[in-house]
Ligand binder design. Structure first.
Ligand code: NAD
Ligand code: MG
Length: 396
């Protein structure tokens, strides 16, 4: 068995730390060759001391100087780089064959694309990259000739429930009728929109079932996360949008399902623990111990499934509208949402203004073809500008 050489983009985040946890248990299978983080230098230093990567990347020169100091104290010879271009070097110059793309948001797009182009096994957690550049990204995977393994739990579940031939050639549908993405409904599942006026970041980040980074936690509360995941599924699996459905399933035991023409519905179940899809992606097509507790079905009080209420979750409607509009609309949706969520977390933007920011930007920037990285990055910048202006105007 050859040892997989793994680069982790976003190693200090929730997915990054869980990835290292799986890798730690299988030193005979995986070697870490690159780690990257934006600002958490102490945590990154600890990871470098434990895993000894060839390359470590941070956001800026100050961070790099601090990391170098911490590593020199321990005589660690990791090469320290900084800045957005260095994230690409972590993919292309570390000697990796496998890349965990776990940076949050649009910042992860360029290195994820680089991994696709370079023919790596791409473990894709960074859903925003695919939402922004689905067509380009899937093309780059094809040309690069690598393997794409979805890490988002829903998409990983669907990947597991599809026939092998389907995943190798998504245009052959082999009796697949529908994909059902499950959603917990987040912390405000049972609240009406009128109850949400004074919601604080702490309340929005307190997810009932999953422990995750702050941005995706807010996205789960607004259900923008599920909207992004519908777009993600559209690109990953190549089914028409009408065949991708969302079901509220508060227990988070069924991670998603595939309905077939013959009446079969295949579901993947498990604990709500990201180490399961991470281990699956790392070892595929083999299965390894993920450190996850076994699922005990007899201890469950019941499993329920309901249709989502689009009035209660306007972000979900906006995401479906952007998906239907196509072109650069999903990029605008994503950028506006990133700005709005950051403003909610750090600048006192009202929780209920998040969808207003997104809607404003979608109206202000009608979609054009998303046919080049330059166009996508330009639209991303314009949408951020429009979102910031709108937020300033409503906060006056
Ligand atoms: P997180 O906030 O915990 O971690 C984000 C990581 O990205 C950190 O290492 C951070 O240093 C790095 N980062 C942030 N901004 C950066 C920038 N500008 N440049 C370089 N690096 C930067 O986020 P997370 O919860 O681990 O989520 C990561 C991705 O995985 C997201 O796209 C999220 O939607 C997806 N995802 C997460 C989960 C989960 O359970 N956490 C589940 C499914 C999908
Ligand atoms: Mg998910």
């Amino acid at each position: 068995m050859s040892v997989k050489q793994v680069a982790i983009l976003g190693s200090t985040g929730s997915i990054g730390v869980n990835t290292l946890d799986v890798i730690r248990a299988h030193p005979e299978r995986f070697k870490v060759v690159a780690l990257t983080a934006a600002k958490q230098i102490d945590r990154l230093a600890e990871q470098c001391i434990e895993f000894r990567p060839n390359i470590a990347v941070v956001a800026d020169a100050d961070g790099a100087a601090k990391l170098n100091r911490l590593l020199q104290e321990k005589k660690i010879v990791t090469q320290v780089l900084y800045g957005p271009q260095a994230l690409v070097s972590a993919v292309t110059e570390s000697g990796c064959d496998t890349v965990m793309a776990a940076i949050v948001g649009a910042a992860g797009l360029v290195p994820a694309l680089a991994a696709a182009q370079a023919g790596k096994r791409v473990l894709l957690a960074n859903k925003e990259a695919l939402v922004m550049s689905g067509n380009l990204f899937m093309q780059a995977m094809k040309v690069g000739g690598g393997e794409l393994l979805p890490i988002d739990s829903e998409h990983n579940a669907i990947f597991q429930c599809l026939p092998d031939r389907f995943t190798k050639n998504p245009s052959v549908h082999l009796g697949v009728e529908e994909l059902w993405l499950t959603a917990s409904g987040g912390p405000f599942r049972d609240k009406s929109i009128g109850d949400l006026a004074g919601i604080t970041p702490e309340q929005a980040c307190a997810h009932p079932n999953w422990v995750m980074g702050r941005k995706i936690s807010v996205d789960s509360a607004t259900m923008m996360n599920k909207g992004l995941e519908v777009i993600e599924a559209f690109w990953l699996f190549g089914l028409p949008l009408e065949k991708i459905k969302v079901l509220i399933h508060p227990q988070s035991v069924v991670h998603s399902m595939v309905r077939y023409r013959d009446g079969s519905v295949l579901a993947q179940m498990g604990q709500p623990d990201m180490r399961t899809p991470i281990a699956y992606g790392l070892a595929w097509p083999e299965r390894i111990d993920a450190g996850v507790a076994p699922l005990n079905l007899t201890q469950l009080t019941g499993l329920s499934f309901t249709e989502p209420n689009f009035t209660q979750f306007p972000c979900l409607s906006l995401a479906f509208a952007a998906a239907k509009a196509g072109g650069t609309a999903p990029s605008v949706l994503n950028a506006a949402n990133e700005v709005a969520v950051a403003a909610f977390l750090d600048e006192g933007l009202a929780y209920l203004s998040i969808p207003n920011v997104v809607e404003h930007c979608l109206n202000a920037l009608p979609p054009v073809a998303a046919d080049s990285l330059e166009t996508i990055l330009e639209i991303d910048a314009l949408a951020r500008q429009a979102a910031n202006q709108f937020i300033r105007s409503i906060q006056k």
